[in-house]
Design a protein around this ligand. Sequence first.
Ligand SMILES: [Zn+2]
Length: 151
Amino acid sequence: MWNNDPKTDSRWVDVPSLLDTRKSRSTGCGLHECPACGNLWSLSVVRSAVEVLFRTVPVREGGVVVDHIVTGARTVDHCWCGVPLPGDALQSVTDNQARANAKSSLRLALSAIGEEPSIVEEIELLATKVSRSMLDRLRGERSRTKAAGVA
Ligand SMILES: [Zn+2]
C-alpha cells in the first residue's frame, strides 16, 4: 500500500534491499511482495536478458484471433505497476516515478510489436474474415496497380 505524505501531497513506497527480502525455503529464491500492488514475485538470481516483458489479450473477430492488445509491460527490474523489484539498497519510490516506469515499459512493448502487418499476412487472413482495415488496404493496393497499368 502507498504511504501518503500530506506535506507534499505525494505517495511513496519503500522497496527493501535484496538482503532484506525473505527467502523461499523450497527454491532458495527471494520472495517479494510488491509494496505498491501486492503482486508476489519469486526473484530468480538469473534475470531475463530481454529488454521488455509484456502481456497481451487476444482480439477475436468471429472466434478468430486477429490481433493482440498490450495490457501491461515491465522491464526485468520492475513490477507490473512500475515499482522497482528489490536491488542492492532500500529504495523509496513515488507513485509518479512508478507511473513513468510503467509508461516507458509500455512504449518499449508497443514498439516491439507495433509494426504494420504486411499485406501478405492480411491476404492470408482473408481466408477467415475481412476486416475494415484489410478492405481499405486492399482497395489502396488495387487503385495503385491500376494507376501503374495506365501509365
Ligand atoms: Zn507492483
